[in-house]
Design a protein around this ligand. Sequence first.
Ligand SMILES: Cc1cc2nc3c(=O)[nH]c(=O)nc-3n(C[C@H](O)[C@H](O)[C@H](O)COP(=O)(O)OP(=O)(O)OC[C@H]3O[C@@H](n4cnc5c(N)ncnc54)[C@H](O)[C@@H]3O)c2cc1C
Length: 396
Amino acid sequence: MTPRNPTELAADHRAFAGQLRAELAAPETSTYVDRYAQWRGVRYSTEEEQIAADAQLLRALYERDWNRFGWPTEVGGLGGDVRHRAVLYEELVAAGLTVPQPTLLLETLGPPLVKFAPALAADLLPRALAGEEWWGQGFSEPEAGSDLASLRTRAVRDGDHYVVSGQKLWTSHGAGAARYICLVRTGSAESRHRGLSMIVIDRDLPGVSVRPIAIASGRNELAEVFFDDVRVPADHLIGEENRGWQAATYLLQFERSVYAWQSSATAFGRFRALIDDAGRRSLTDGVVARIGALYADLVTLRARSAETLRRLADGAPVGPEASVDKIALARVEIGLYDLAADVYRDDFTFGDSPEMNEWRDEWWYSRSATILGGSAEVQRTILADHVLKLPKEAVR
Ligand SMILES: Cc1cc2nc3c(=O)[nH]c(=O)nc-3n(C[C@H](O)[C@H](O)[C@H](O)COP(=O)(O)OP(=O)(O)OC[C@H]3O[C@@H](n4cnc5c(N)ncnc54)[C@H](O)[C@@H]3O)c2cc1C
């Protein structure tokens, strides 16, 4: 079934949710062809297999128009708003599928592209939605993470190109990405955030080299990306020169809302899987109590995240309060996978089934939850300074 009456569905995310749920539902009779069977409940042992399968799932959704809702028609979407995208991720997880990994970056990088570079977005977004390519976020550098305004990758204008030199680090899904959406310095070395620009750098340009980084689980989740006098067309700029911070601030609203929603949907799906198994095992009272506590944390996270999404959909700014969501997400992710370790016990440590390998991989990845996308310490400082407006710490 392709979406019936797209105009109506774009105007009504509840009707969209209903039709999508029917589309994704597991088959109830043997005569029904399950279009999504190949992705349902499947575990992938490598990053490369996972991304390849996710790209195919995106293709399947795109061919039937489902993931075009929530994006403007001018850039290849079918209209609607960010709630349609949130519904898509929710329904995928509820149907035993997954949030496709490339969409975690797409939901962060796509919105500034659409807003500040619509012509480029019209060219690139449909390819990403169709799973033909995915993108990396090239912000962090060896000496610039929390303090992003100190980044040093330089872009110098030369005719109708920028010449880019420098290095990015910790680029998620960077090894196979087709493009990197980067923050680069176009102003003076001292210009801090006022001298940054955002630009799309194609991976196949001469001078771009990429080195995968395997994380503790062994999966090549991250990459280092090097730029050696790379000539990037000037029309790949996202927004104006030296206004990259504005685009990055806009981007952050989506990272704090849609990305958090996607991640919390995944966490809820994994929690349900854990509870199914927990019911068949003997558990200590302490573990049982932690299951209850984690459920409360999950529901709190979902409520916060839904509220942040509503603000975004209503055009209200997603302000510093969303740092609460970021801290709550990290708490849930770490708590969930620690709980899995204590539910499965020896199986978690020594089991080599695909399920146990997946739980272990996720446990390793969850250790980074208080770091990636802005560390927990920095989030707490934002809350103290900008939400609670506490007096600055006295410097002795
Ligand atoms: C799994 C993973 C995926 C990632 N994916 C990407 C990606 O796709 N693209 C990308 O650009 N980056 C990515 N990152 C990088 C991430 O954004 C940075 O790691 C993060 O911003 C922290 O920067 P840093 O590692 O340089 O640590 P630092 O900034 O050096 O921080 C080190 C420690 O000091 C603390 N600290 C720093 N400044 C302050 C302060 N002002 N007040 C209090 N404490 C402070 C931090 O909390 C932290 O504990 C990823 C990181 C991880 C772990």
